[in-house]
Design a protein around this ligand. Structure first.
Ligand SMILES: *Cc1c(COP(=O)(O)O)cnc(C)c1O
Length: 491
Protein backbone atom coordinates (compact mmCIF):
# COMPACT_ATOMS: atom_id res chain seq x y z
CA UNK A 1 0.00 0.00 0.00
CA UNK A 2 2.76 2.35 1.08
CA UNK A 3 4.80 1.46 -2.02
CA UNK A 4 1.78 1.95 -4.22
CA UNK A 5 1.32 5.50 -2.88
CA UNK A 6 4.95 6.39 -3.65
CA UNK A 7 4.66 4.87 -7.11
CA UNK A 8 1.57 6.93 -7.84
CA UNK A 9 3.34 10.09 -6.72
CA UNK A 10 6.21 9.36 -9.11
CA UNK A 11 3.78 8.72 -11.96
CA UNK A 12 1.92 12.01 -11.58
CA UNK A 13 1.60 14.01 -14.75
CA UNK A 14 3.75 17.06 -15.07
CA UNK A 15 0.75 19.38 -14.71
CA UNK A 16 -0.20 17.67 -11.47
CA UNK A 17 3.28 18.35 -10.07
CA UNK A 18 2.96 22.06 -10.69
CA UNK A 19 3.44 24.33 -7.64
CA UNK A 20 2.86 28.09 -8.14
CA UNK A 21 6.12 30.01 -8.29
CA UNK A 22 8.38 27.00 -8.73
CA UNK A 23 10.62 27.37 -11.77
CA UNK A 24 13.46 25.92 -13.79
CA UNK A 25 14.49 29.16 -15.45
CA UNK A 26 15.96 32.49 -14.53
CA UNK A 27 15.17 34.66 -17.50
CA UNK A 28 16.97 37.93 -18.18
CA UNK A 29 14.91 41.07 -17.68
CA UNK A 30 12.90 41.92 -20.79
CA UNK A 31 14.40 44.77 -22.82
CA UNK A 32 10.95 46.16 -23.54
CA UNK A 33 8.38 47.19 -20.98
CA UNK A 34 5.17 45.17 -20.96
CA UNK A 35 3.20 48.32 -21.75
CA UNK A 36 5.37 48.98 -24.82
CA UNK A 37 4.70 45.45 -26.09
CA UNK A 38 0.98 46.10 -25.76
CA UNK A 39 1.42 49.05 -28.09
CA UNK A 40 3.66 47.25 -30.57
CA UNK A 41 1.37 44.25 -31.10
CA UNK A 42 -2.16 44.24 -32.46
CA UNK A 43 -4.43 43.98 -29.42
CA UNK A 44 -5.94 40.64 -30.45
CA UNK A 45 -2.47 39.10 -30.26
CA UNK A 46 -1.71 40.30 -26.74
CA UNK A 47 -2.19 37.59 -24.13
CA UNK A 48 -4.78 38.53 -21.52
CA UNK A 49 -4.04 35.79 -19.00
CA UNK A 50 -1.17 33.54 -17.91
CA UNK A 51 0.19 30.63 -19.94
CA UNK A 52 -1.00 27.78 -17.70
CA UNK A 53 2.32 26.00 -18.07
CA UNK A 54 3.32 23.62 -15.28
CA UNK A 55 5.54 25.28 -12.70
CA UNK A 56 8.20 22.74 -11.76
CA UNK A 57 11.89 22.58 -10.92
CA UNK A 58 14.45 21.47 -13.49
CA UNK A 59 14.98 18.17 -11.69
CA UNK A 60 11.24 17.46 -11.78
CA UNK A 61 11.22 18.07 -15.53
CA UNK A 62 14.21 15.80 -16.10
CA UNK A 63 12.75 13.01 -13.96
CA UNK A 64 9.40 13.30 -15.64
CA UNK A 65 10.67 12.92 -19.17
CA UNK A 66 13.35 10.34 -18.41
CA UNK A 67 10.72 8.23 -16.63
CA UNK A 68 8.41 8.51 -19.63
CA UNK A 69 11.24 7.50 -21.97
CA UNK A 70 11.74 4.35 -19.89
CA UNK A 71 8.14 3.31 -20.57
CA UNK A 72 8.95 2.96 -24.27
CA UNK A 73 10.50 0.04 -26.03
CA UNK A 74 13.44 1.22 -28.13
CA UNK A 75 16.25 -0.32 -30.12
CA UNK A 76 18.61 1.05 -27.44
CA UNK A 77 16.81 -0.99 -24.78
CA UNK A 78 15.88 -4.27 -26.48
CA UNK A 79 15.51 -6.50 -29.53
CA UNK A 80 13.09 -5.08 -32.11
CA UNK A 81 12.38 -7.57 -34.94
CA UNK A 82 9.61 -5.48 -36.54
CA UNK A 83 9.58 -6.84 -40.11
CA UNK A 84 9.79 -4.39 -43.01
CA UNK A 85 10.74 -1.61 -40.58
CA UNK A 86 14.45 -2.43 -40.17
CA UNK A 87 14.81 -1.46 -36.55
CA UNK A 88 18.59 -1.63 -36.61
CA UNK A 89 20.92 0.13 -34.24
CA UNK A 90 21.35 3.85 -34.98
CA UNK A 91 25.08 4.52 -34.46
CA UNK A 92 25.73 7.47 -32.12
CA UNK A 93 28.43 8.82 -34.46
CA UNK A 94 25.55 9.80 -36.82
CA UNK A 95 24.14 12.09 -34.12
CA UNK A 96 27.56 13.53 -33.35
CA UNK A 97 27.96 14.49 -37.03
CA UNK A 98 24.48 16.04 -37.25
CA UNK A 99 25.27 18.04 -34.10
CA UNK A 100 28.35 19.74 -35.58
CA UNK A 101 27.83 23.50 -35.26
CA UNK A 102 28.23 24.04 -39.01
CA UNK A 103 25.24 21.79 -39.62
CA UNK A 104 23.04 22.35 -36.62
CA UNK A 105 23.06 26.17 -36.70
CA UNK A 106 22.20 26.48 -40.41
CA UNK A 107 19.14 28.42 -41.43
CA UNK A 108 17.23 27.29 -44.51
CA UNK A 109 17.07 30.85 -45.81
CA UNK A 110 20.84 31.42 -45.61
CA UNK A 111 22.45 32.53 -48.91
CA UNK A 112 23.85 29.61 -50.89
CA UNK A 113 27.44 30.82 -50.76
CA UNK A 114 27.30 30.49 -46.95
CA UNK A 115 26.08 26.88 -47.01
CA UNK A 116 28.42 25.33 -49.56
CA UNK A 117 29.42 22.55 -47.12
CA UNK A 118 25.81 21.52 -46.55
CA UNK A 119 25.06 21.54 -50.27
CA UNK A 120 28.21 19.51 -50.92
CA UNK A 121 27.04 16.95 -48.36
CA UNK A 122 23.65 16.70 -50.09
CA UNK A 123 25.34 16.33 -53.46
CA UNK A 124 27.72 13.65 -52.17
CA UNK A 125 24.82 11.76 -50.59
CA UNK A 126 22.93 11.90 -53.89
CA UNK A 127 25.98 10.49 -55.69
CA UNK A 128 26.33 7.67 -53.14
CA UNK A 129 22.65 6.75 -53.48
CA UNK A 130 22.87 6.85 -57.28
CA UNK A 131 25.73 4.33 -57.06
CA UNK A 132 23.96 2.11 -54.56
CA UNK A 133 20.76 1.84 -56.61
CA UNK A 134 22.18 2.20 -60.12
CA UNK A 135 19.91 5.09 -61.14
CA UNK A 136 21.52 8.49 -61.95
CA UNK A 137 19.04 11.20 -60.95
CA UNK A 138 18.47 11.61 -57.20
CA UNK A 139 16.42 13.93 -55.00
CA UNK A 140 16.51 13.97 -51.20
CA UNK A 141 13.54 16.28 -50.85
CA UNK A 142 10.74 13.90 -49.69
CA UNK A 143 10.16 13.57 -45.96
CA UNK A 144 9.61 9.80 -45.76
CA UNK A 145 8.87 6.63 -47.70
CA UNK A 146 5.26 7.10 -48.74
CA UNK A 147 6.10 10.70 -49.69
CA UNK A 148 8.87 9.31 -51.92
CA UNK A 149 6.41 6.89 -53.54
CA UNK A 150 4.11 9.79 -54.35
CA UNK A 151 7.05 11.72 -55.82
CA UNK A 152 8.02 8.70 -57.94
CA UNK A 153 4.53 8.11 -59.27
CA UNK A 154 4.11 11.80 -60.11
CA UNK A 155 7.31 11.53 -62.19
CA UNK A 156 5.77 8.58 -64.04
CA UNK A 157 2.53 10.47 -64.57
CA UNK A 158 4.36 13.52 -65.96
CA UNK A 159 6.46 11.30 -68.22
CA UNK A 160 3.38 9.77 -69.89
CA UNK A 161 1.53 13.09 -69.97
CA UNK A 162 4.36 14.70 -71.90
CA UNK A 163 4.34 11.83 -74.37
CA UNK A 164 0.61 12.37 -74.81
CA UNK A 165 0.07 8.79 -73.65
CA UNK A 166 -2.95 9.60 -71.48
CA UNK A 167 -4.53 6.14 -71.65
CA UNK A 168 -2.12 4.79 -69.06
CA UNK A 169 -4.27 5.11 -65.97
CA UNK A 170 -3.50 1.83 -64.16
CA UNK A 171 -0.79 0.81 -61.69
CA UNK A 172 -0.23 -2.88 -60.96
CA UNK A 173 0.47 -3.84 -57.35
CA UNK A 174 1.06 -7.42 -56.10
CA UNK A 175 -1.01 -8.73 -53.20
CA UNK A 176 2.10 -8.74 -50.97
CA UNK A 177 2.70 -4.99 -51.43
CA UNK A 178 3.11 -2.63 -48.50
CA UNK A 179 -0.18 -0.81 -47.89
CA UNK A 180 1.34 2.51 -48.90
CA UNK A 181 1.78 1.29 -52.53
CA UNK A 182 -1.89 1.07 -53.53
CA UNK A 183 -2.66 4.14 -51.40
CA UNK A 184 0.04 6.16 -53.19
CA UNK A 185 -1.03 4.98 -56.64
CA UNK A 186 -4.59 6.05 -55.90
CA UNK A 187 -3.42 9.39 -54.50
CA UNK A 188 -1.37 10.03 -57.66
CA UNK A 189 -4.58 9.59 -59.66
CA UNK A 190 -4.08 6.02 -60.91
CA UNK A 191 -6.39 3.04 -60.79
CA UNK A 192 -4.94 0.18 -58.73
CA UNK A 193 -4.87 -3.34 -60.17
CA UNK A 194 -3.92 -6.05 -57.70
CA UNK A 195 -2.27 -9.24 -58.92
CA UNK A 196 -2.06 -12.45 -56.90
CA UNK A 197 1.24 -14.07 -55.96
CA UNK A 198 1.98 -17.63 -57.00
CA UNK A 199 2.33 -20.56 -54.58
CA UNK A 200 5.98 -19.64 -53.95
CA UNK A 201 5.02 -16.13 -52.80
CA UNK A 202 6.39 -14.49 -55.96
CA UNK A 203 4.88 -12.48 -58.83
CA UNK A 204 2.69 -14.80 -60.91
CA UNK A 205 3.95 -14.26 -64.46
CA UNK A 206 0.65 -15.34 -66.04
CA UNK A 207 -1.32 -12.99 -63.81
CA UNK A 208 1.10 -10.21 -64.73
CA UNK A 209 0.73 -10.90 -68.46
CA UNK A 210 -3.05 -10.81 -68.11
CA UNK A 211 -2.93 -7.45 -66.30
CA UNK A 212 -0.53 -5.73 -68.72
CA UNK A 213 -1.80 -3.61 -71.60
CA UNK A 214 -1.77 -0.15 -73.16
CA UNK A 215 -3.62 1.24 -70.12
CA UNK A 216 -0.87 0.31 -67.62
CA UNK A 217 1.49 3.07 -66.51
CA UNK A 218 3.59 1.10 -64.05
CA UNK A 219 4.06 -1.80 -61.70
CA UNK A 220 5.16 -1.17 -58.10
CA UNK A 221 7.37 -3.92 -56.74
CA UNK A 222 9.44 -4.59 -53.66
CA UNK A 223 12.38 -6.93 -54.22
CA UNK A 224 12.89 -8.83 -52.00
CA UNK A 225 9.14 -8.66 -51.50
CA UNK A 226 7.46 -8.31 -48.12
CA UNK A 227 7.64 -12.08 -47.59
CA UNK A 228 11.43 -11.60 -47.60
CA UNK A 229 11.67 -13.50 -50.89
CA UNK A 230 13.71 -12.47 -53.89
CA UNK A 231 11.75 -12.18 -57.13
CA UNK A 232 13.82 -14.63 -59.17
CA UNK A 233 11.95 -13.80 -62.37
CA UNK A 234 12.58 -10.09 -62.08
CA UNK A 235 14.31 -9.88 -65.48
CA UNK A 236 11.27 -11.50 -67.13
CA UNK A 237 8.97 -9.14 -65.22
CA UNK A 238 10.88 -6.06 -66.33
CA UNK A 239 10.96 -7.22 -69.94
CA UNK A 240 7.21 -7.84 -70.00
CA UNK A 241 6.37 -4.49 -68.39
CA UNK A 242 8.70 -2.52 -70.66
CA UNK A 243 7.45 -4.36 -73.76
CA UNK A 244 3.93 -3.33 -72.80
CA UNK A 245 5.14 0.29 -72.62
CA UNK A 246 4.96 0.55 -68.80
CA UNK A 247 7.54 1.57 -66.22
CA UNK A 248 8.78 -0.22 -63.09
CA UNK A 249 8.67 1.41 -59.67
CA UNK A 250 10.92 -0.12 -56.99
CA UNK A 251 9.75 0.24 -53.40
CA UNK A 252 13.17 0.27 -51.80
CA UNK A 253 11.91 1.46 -48.42
CA UNK A 254 14.01 -1.32 -47.05
CA UNK A 255 17.21 -2.03 -48.97
CA UNK A 256 18.83 -4.05 -46.24
CA UNK A 257 19.05 -7.28 -48.23
CA UNK A 258 20.62 -6.07 -51.43
CA UNK A 259 23.21 -3.33 -50.89
CA UNK A 260 26.29 -4.08 -52.94
CA UNK A 261 24.70 -7.33 -54.14
CA UNK A 262 22.19 -6.17 -56.75
CA UNK A 263 20.92 -2.75 -57.85
CA UNK A 264 17.33 -1.76 -58.72
CA UNK A 265 18.62 0.02 -61.85
CA UNK A 266 20.31 -3.20 -63.03
CA UNK A 267 17.11 -5.16 -62.38
CA UNK A 268 15.38 -2.88 -64.88
CA UNK A 269 13.57 -0.53 -62.51
CA UNK A 270 13.03 3.03 -63.75
CA UNK A 271 12.44 4.81 -60.45
CA UNK A 272 12.78 3.90 -56.79
CA UNK A 273 12.63 5.34 -53.33
CA UNK A 274 14.73 4.47 -50.30
CA UNK A 275 13.84 5.12 -46.70
CA UNK A 276 16.95 6.54 -45.07
CA UNK A 277 15.27 5.72 -41.74
CA UNK A 278 15.47 2.00 -42.34
CA UNK A 279 18.56 0.75 -44.16
CA UNK A 280 20.63 3.86 -43.52
CA UNK A 281 20.14 3.78 -39.75
CA UNK A 282 18.47 7.12 -39.13
CA UNK A 283 16.01 7.08 -36.23
CA UNK A 284 12.32 6.30 -36.65
CA UNK A 285 9.32 5.02 -34.78
CA UNK A 286 8.86 8.08 -32.62
CA UNK A 287 12.58 8.78 -32.73
CA UNK A 288 12.57 11.57 -35.25
CA UNK A 289 11.48 12.64 -38.71
CA UNK A 290 12.00 10.36 -41.70
CA UNK A 291 14.29 10.79 -44.66
CA UNK A 292 13.90 9.61 -48.21
CA UNK A 293 15.78 9.48 -51.49
CA UNK A 294 14.06 9.07 -54.85
CA UNK A 295 16.26 7.91 -57.71
CA UNK A 296 15.31 7.67 -61.36
CA UNK A 297 16.54 6.91 -64.85
CA UNK A 298 17.68 9.92 -66.88
CA UNK A 299 14.45 9.94 -68.93
CA UNK A 300 12.58 10.86 -65.73
CA UNK A 301 15.09 13.48 -64.54
CA UNK A 302 13.34 16.51 -66.11
CA UNK A 303 10.29 15.91 -63.88
CA UNK A 304 12.20 15.65 -60.60
CA UNK A 305 10.93 17.99 -57.83
CA UNK A 306 12.63 21.36 -57.73
CA UNK A 307 15.01 22.57 -56.60
CA UNK A 308 17.67 19.97 -57.39
CA UNK A 309 21.10 20.16 -55.78
CA UNK A 310 23.67 20.48 -58.56
CA UNK A 311 27.41 21.00 -58.91
CA UNK A 312 28.63 23.80 -61.19
CA UNK A 313 32.41 23.87 -61.45
CA UNK A 314 33.55 23.61 -57.84
CA UNK A 315 30.36 25.26 -56.46
CA UNK A 316 27.10 23.69 -55.37
CA UNK A 317 23.67 25.22 -55.78
CA UNK A 318 19.93 24.69 -55.77
CA UNK A 319 18.78 24.53 -59.40
CA UNK A 320 15.29 25.99 -59.75
CA UNK A 321 15.37 26.22 -63.54
CA UNK A 322 13.46 23.03 -64.24
CA UNK A 323 10.42 23.88 -66.37
CA UNK A 324 9.04 20.30 -66.50
CA UNK A 325 9.43 19.63 -62.78
CA UNK A 326 6.51 18.27 -60.77
CA UNK A 327 7.26 21.24 -58.48
CA UNK A 328 8.18 21.47 -54.86
CA UNK A 329 7.05 18.61 -52.63
CA UNK A 330 8.27 19.86 -49.25
CA UNK A 331 8.60 23.24 -47.51
CA UNK A 332 12.38 23.10 -47.31
CA UNK A 333 14.78 20.63 -48.90
CA UNK A 334 14.48 17.29 -47.02
CA UNK A 335 15.00 16.73 -43.31
CA UNK A 336 18.57 17.94 -43.34
CA UNK A 337 19.76 16.56 -39.97
CA UNK A 338 18.57 13.12 -41.02
CA UNK A 339 20.42 13.39 -44.34
CA UNK A 340 23.64 14.17 -42.44
CA UNK A 341 23.12 11.02 -40.35
CA UNK A 342 22.52 8.84 -43.41
CA UNK A 343 25.64 10.19 -45.10
CA UNK A 344 27.68 9.53 -41.94
CA UNK A 345 26.40 5.93 -41.96
CA UNK A 346 27.35 5.43 -45.61
CA UNK A 347 30.84 6.88 -45.09
CA UNK A 348 31.43 4.90 -41.91
CA UNK A 349 30.59 1.61 -43.66
CA UNK A 350 32.05 2.27 -47.08
CA UNK A 351 31.30 0.11 -50.09
CA UNK A 352 32.48 -3.17 -48.60
CA UNK A 353 30.84 -2.39 -45.26
CA UNK A 354 27.41 -1.81 -46.80
CA UNK A 355 27.72 -5.08 -48.70
CA UNK A 356 28.61 -6.81 -45.42
CA UNK A 357 25.56 -5.21 -43.76
CA UNK A 358 23.29 -6.89 -46.31
CA UNK A 359 25.05 -10.25 -46.11
CA UNK A 360 24.84 -10.27 -42.31
CA UNK A 361 21.17 -9.22 -42.38
CA UNK A 362 20.43 -12.18 -44.67
CA UNK A 363 22.46 -14.58 -42.55
CA UNK A 364 20.74 -13.52 -39.31
CA UNK A 365 17.27 -13.85 -40.83
CA UNK A 366 17.97 -17.31 -42.24
CA UNK A 367 19.46 -18.50 -38.95
CA UNK A 368 16.34 -17.56 -36.97
CA UNK A 369 14.00 -18.78 -39.73
CA UNK A 370 15.64 -22.19 -39.93
CA UNK A 371 15.34 -22.91 -36.21
CA UNK A 372 11.83 -21.48 -35.67
CA UNK A 373 10.49 -23.51 -38.62
CA UNK A 374 10.42 -26.49 -36.23
CA UNK A 375 7.72 -24.97 -33.99
CA UNK A 376 5.98 -22.56 -36.35
CA UNK A 377 4.51 -22.95 -39.83
CA UNK A 378 6.78 -21.60 -42.54
CA UNK A 379 4.51 -20.98 -45.53
CA UNK A 380 7.33 -20.40 -48.04
CA UNK A 381 10.30 -22.68 -47.59
CA UNK A 382 12.95 -21.22 -49.89
CA UNK A 383 15.83 -19.31 -48.24
CA UNK A 384 14.85 -15.76 -47.28
CA UNK A 385 16.60 -12.44 -47.65
CA UNK A 386 16.67 -9.93 -44.73
CA UNK A 387 13.34 -11.06 -43.22
CA UNK A 388 10.87 -13.94 -43.23
CA UNK A 389 7.24 -14.62 -42.46
CA UNK A 390 5.92 -17.31 -40.13
CA UNK A 391 2.32 -18.30 -39.59
CA UNK A 392 0.97 -18.74 -36.07
CA UNK A 393 -1.84 -21.01 -37.33
CA UNK A 394 -0.79 -24.06 -35.22
CA UNK A 395 -0.63 -21.96 -32.05
CA UNK A 396 -3.98 -20.37 -32.95
CA UNK A 397 -5.59 -23.84 -33.01
CA UNK A 398 -4.43 -24.13 -29.38
CA UNK A 399 -6.14 -20.82 -28.57
CA UNK A 400 -3.07 -18.60 -28.89
CA UNK A 401 -3.43 -16.35 -31.94
CA UNK A 402 -0.60 -14.26 -33.31
CA UNK A 403 -2.18 -11.23 -31.60
CA UNK A 404 -1.84 -12.75 -28.13
CA UNK A 405 1.62 -14.18 -28.82
CA UNK A 406 2.73 -10.69 -29.84
CA UNK A 407 1.59 -9.42 -26.41
CA UNK A 408 3.33 -12.30 -24.64
CA UNK A 409 6.64 -11.39 -26.33
CA UNK A 410 6.49 -7.99 -24.60
CA UNK A 411 6.78 -9.71 -21.22
CA UNK A 412 10.24 -10.90 -22.24
CA UNK A 413 11.45 -7.39 -23.13
CA UNK A 414 11.23 -8.03 -26.87
CA UNK A 415 9.24 -5.94 -29.32
CA UNK A 416 6.72 -7.99 -31.31
CA UNK A 417 7.33 -8.72 -34.98
CA UNK A 418 5.06 -7.10 -37.57
CA UNK A 419 1.82 -9.07 -37.31
CA UNK A 420 -1.02 -9.88 -39.72
CA UNK A 421 1.03 -8.57 -42.64
CA UNK A 422 1.54 -9.49 -45.44
CA UNK A 423 -2.11 -10.37 -45.85
CA UNK A 424 -1.42 -13.49 -47.93
CA UNK A 425 -0.24 -15.38 -44.80
CA UNK A 426 -2.86 -16.15 -42.12
CA UNK A 427 -1.73 -15.30 -38.56
CA UNK A 428 1.41 -13.74 -40.08
CA UNK A 429 4.49 -12.84 -38.07
CA UNK A 430 7.04 -10.95 -40.11
CA UNK A 431 10.44 -11.15 -38.48
CA UNK A 432 13.42 -8.97 -39.39
CA UNK A 433 16.32 -9.41 -36.98
CA UNK A 434 18.73 -7.00 -38.83
CA UNK A 435 22.50 -7.34 -38.96
CA UNK A 436 23.21 -5.38 -35.80
CA UNK A 437 22.17 -8.15 -33.38
CA UNK A 438 24.58 -10.67 -31.87
CA UNK A 439 24.12 -14.43 -32.12
CA UNK A 440 23.40 -14.42 -28.37
CA UNK A 441 20.46 -12.05 -28.85
CA UNK A 442 19.12 -14.10 -31.74
CA UNK A 443 19.41 -17.28 -29.64
CA UNK A 444 17.58 -15.57 -26.80
CA UNK A 445 14.75 -14.56 -29.13
CA UNK A 446 14.53 -18.09 -30.55
CA UNK A 447 14.32 -19.45 -27.00
CA UNK A 448 11.55 -16.98 -26.09
CA UNK A 449 9.54 -17.95 -29.18
CA UNK A 450 9.99 -21.63 -28.28
CA UNK A 451 8.86 -20.93 -24.72
CA UNK A 452 5.69 -19.25 -26.00
CA UNK A 453 5.03 -22.17 -28.32
CA UNK A 454 5.42 -24.54 -25.36
CA UNK A 455 3.07 -22.40 -23.27
CA UNK A 456 0.50 -22.57 -26.07
CA UNK A 457 0.48 -26.35 -25.59
CA UNK A 458 0.78 -26.63 -21.81
CA UNK A 459 -0.85 -23.49 -20.43
CA UNK A 460 -2.46 -21.39 -23.18
CA UNK A 461 -4.11 -19.10 -20.58
CA UNK A 462 -0.70 -17.71 -19.68
CA UNK A 463 -0.29 -16.53 -23.27
CA UNK A 464 -3.89 -15.39 -23.65
CA UNK A 465 -3.79 -13.10 -20.62
CA UNK A 466 -0.42 -11.53 -21.40
CA UNK A 467 1.21 -9.08 -21.00
CA UNK A 468 2.07 -9.06 -17.28
CA UNK A 469 5.27 -6.97 -17.15
CA UNK A 470 4.48 -3.91 -19.24
CA UNK A 471 3.68 -0.43 -17.82
CA UNK A 472 0.09 -0.83 -19.04
CA UNK A 473 -1.48 -4.25 -19.49
CA UNK A 474 -4.15 -5.25 -22.00
CA UNK A 475 -5.42 -2.24 -23.92
CA UNK A 476 -8.78 -1.73 -25.48
CA UNK A 477 -7.39 -1.31 -28.97
CA UNK A 478 -10.73 -0.60 -30.64
CA UNK A 479 -11.47 2.27 -28.24
CA UNK A 480 -7.88 3.50 -28.50
CA UNK A 481 -8.36 3.90 -32.25
CA UNK A 482 -11.92 5.24 -32.14
CA UNK A 483 -11.68 7.48 -29.10
CA UNK A 484 -8.00 8.33 -28.68
CA UNK A 485 -7.17 10.19 -25.50
CA UNK A 486 -4.16 12.19 -26.55
CA UNK A 487 -3.78 14.93 -23.98
CA UNK A 488 -4.06 15.72 -20.35
CA UNK A 489 -7.12 17.61 -19.29
CA UNK A 490 -7.82 19.13 -15.91
CA UNK A 491 -10.61 17.53 -13.91
C1 LIG B 1 8.20 1.38 -44.39
C2 LIG B 1 7.77 1.05 -45.74
C3 LIG B 1 7.09 1.98 -46.53
C4 LIG B 1 6.62 3.35 -46.04
O1 LIG B 1 7.62 4.17 -45.53
P1 LIG B 1 7.24 5.40 -44.56
O2 LIG B 1 8.52 6.13 -44.33
O3 LIG B 1 6.67 4.79 -43.33
O4 LIG B 1 6.24 6.25 -45.27
C5 LIG B 1 6.78 1.60 -47.83
N1 LIG B 1 7.09 0.39 -48.30
C6 LIG B 1 7.73 -0.55 -47.57
C7 LIG B 1 8.05 -1.89 -48.15
C8 LIG B 1 8.08 -0.25 -46.25
O5 LIG B 1 8.69 -1.17 -45.50
Amino acid sequence: MHNERHKQAAEKLIFEKSVPGRTSQVLPKAGVAAKAIDKLLPSKMVRKSGTHLPEVSELEVVRHFVRLSHLNHAIDTGFYPLGSCTMKYNPKINDAMAMLDGFKFLHPHQPQDQVQGALELLWNLQESIANIVGLPSVTLQPAAGAHGELTGLLLIRSYFEEKGDTKRIKVIVPDTAHGTNPATAAMAGFEVVEIKSNDRGLVDIDALKAALGPDVAAIMLTNPNTLGLFEEEIMTVQKLVHQAGGLLYYDGANLNAVMGLVRPGDMGFDVCHLNLHKTFSTPHGGGGPGGCAVAARKELDPYMPKPMVVKKGDKFEFDWNRPKSIGKIKGFYGNFGILVRAYAYILANGKEGLCQVSQDAILNANYVRHILAKQFTLPYTQPCMHEFVLSGNLQKQRGCSTAVMAKRLLDFGVHAPTVYFPLVVPEAMMIEPTETETKETLDQFIEIMQTIDKESIESPDIVKNAPYNTPVLKLDEAQAARKPNLRWQPN
